[in-house]
Design a protein around this ligand. Structure first.
Ligand code: ACO
Length: 371
């Protein structure tokens, strides 16, 4: 422990802010003790089973915009916004793709005018999807595919990623994924979105900042490495030795542990069901489940004082892999869903919150006292 940390603990600093309540929200409730997630009055599993992306957007954004968004109008406007985003970005796509997946999407978002209205919100959701797909295609050496505004958002996103129409079950699985991950309390990226919105910088600024926070491996960057781990383990027979060596090195196992959940993340089971609805995933799913069992046992033995369970990212990894989405795009796909929540929180902060400005305790040197 560094001297700075000792001073911080002595002064009661809560470095991870876990005990700080920084907002009142009508958007979502993360009940870590009971493993329950409620999004605007719906259990996450019900929402994923019954709502499309457009319906989830209308639900999350309801009360925060004038005119009040409805799912049907949103579907139409999102389609038109995807087409407009593609037209605006097309000539810049090679440069955006060279930046990297998240960095390219972030730069694409920065090319839109900032604002606080519903049209800006729709453009941000549309641009995130169009840039994610086009950049993934270019980075894989394929030409970008233009949107089809008549399709549902999830269906069109998967079609733009693949260059071919997905099966209905595949489009439904991606839709369920994006609805499952559309909002989740004051996670790091959402908190960032609210802090930026509190300065009245605009929705675009809030979303770009939130995406930058999502990128980190402790937040939305975990699913790619979770698959790397599955590949490195390879078979259930290798699991015990591989996991023990990783924990002995002090590595974190990606897709496990959570700041709030002390029992299983409810989204993990929603996504596991979505993966098992897809064809040709049974072998991979069985491998992942047997490795998960070993990991949970090892984590429990290693750290009995801290409940470490499967989080959303483990089954996100399996679902996106089953949909043939490249690993480099996983964080951007997460952003395609979560952008709905970032926008809702930014609007809620503007409507009900204050400028976010926490205090700090100075532990550095002071000027010498005059003699
Ligand atoms: N593997 C191994 N050990 C772990 C893991 C893990 N996945 N998660 C936590 N631990 C250990 C820590 O090393 C720490 O041990 P220590 O007390 O000996 O230092 C102890 O458990 C407590 O960990 P904290 O860092 O206090 O837990 P925190 O609440 O800060 O971490 C986090 C939450 C960042 C998600 C963590 O569990 C982690 O790094 N998981 C792996 C990355 C991951 O899956 N991220 C996605 C999270 S979901 C999302 O953001 C969408």
């Amino acid at each position: 422990m560094s001297a700075g940390t000792v001073a911080s603990v002595d002064k009661g600093v809560d470095a991870g802010l876990e005990k700080v309540v920084a907002a009142e929200t009508v958007l979502s409730d993360v009940d870590g003790a009971n493993g329950r997630l409620i999004i605007r009055g719906h259990d996450v599993g019900d929402l994923a089973a019954r709502y499309t992306y457009e319906q989830a957007a209308a639900l999350l954004w309801s009360g925060f915009f004038t005119p009040e968004p409805d799912a049907e109008t949103l579907a139409r406007d999102l389609g038109a916004a995807r087409a407009a985003a593609f037209k605006r970005l097309e000539a810049h796509l090679p440069d955006l793709a060279r930046l990297g997946d998240v960095e390219g999407v972030r730069a694409a978002l920065a090319m839109s005018p900032d604002g606080d209205d519903l049209a800006t919100a729709i453009d941000l959701a549309a641009t995130t999807a169009v840039a994610t797909a086009a950049i993934a295609r270019l980075r894989a050496g394929h030409p970008a595919v233009a949107p089809n505004p008549a399709l549902g958002h999830a269906h069109d996103l998967l079609r733009m990623m693949r260059g071919a129409d997905p099966a209905p079950a595949e489009a439904a699985a991606l839709d369920a994924y994006m609805v499952t991950t559309c909002d989740h309390g004051l996670n790091a990226s959402t908190f960032v979105a609210r802090a930026v919105a509190s300065t009245r910088a605009g929705l675009g600024s809030a979303v770009i900042a939130a995406l930058s926070a999502l990128k980190g491996p402790l937040h939305g960057g975990a699913p790619g490495p979770a698959l790397d781990m599955l590949d490195a383990i390879g078979s259930p027979a290798n699991a015990e030795a591989w996991i023990t060596a990783a924990l002995d090195r002090g590595d974190r196992l990606m897709g496990f542990g959570h700041r709030v959940y002390r029992i299983r993340d409810p989204r993990a089971d929603v996504l596991r069901r979505a993966v098992s609805s897809l064809p040709a995933t049974s072998g991979r799913l069985a491998l992942a489940q047997s490795i998960e069992t070993v990991i949970l046992a090892r984590l429990a033995a290693n750290k009995p004082s801290r409940k470490l369970e499967t989080n959303v990212e483990y089954y996100t990894a399996l679902l996106l892999e089953a949909l043939a989405i490249p690993r480099g795009s996983f964080t951007c796909l997460f952003a395609c869903g979560r952008v709905l929540g970032w926008i809702a929180h930014a609007r809620e902060q503007l409507a009900t919150g204050r400028l976010v400005r926490p205090a700090s305790v100075y532990v550095g040197p002071r000027p010498r006292e005059a003699a």
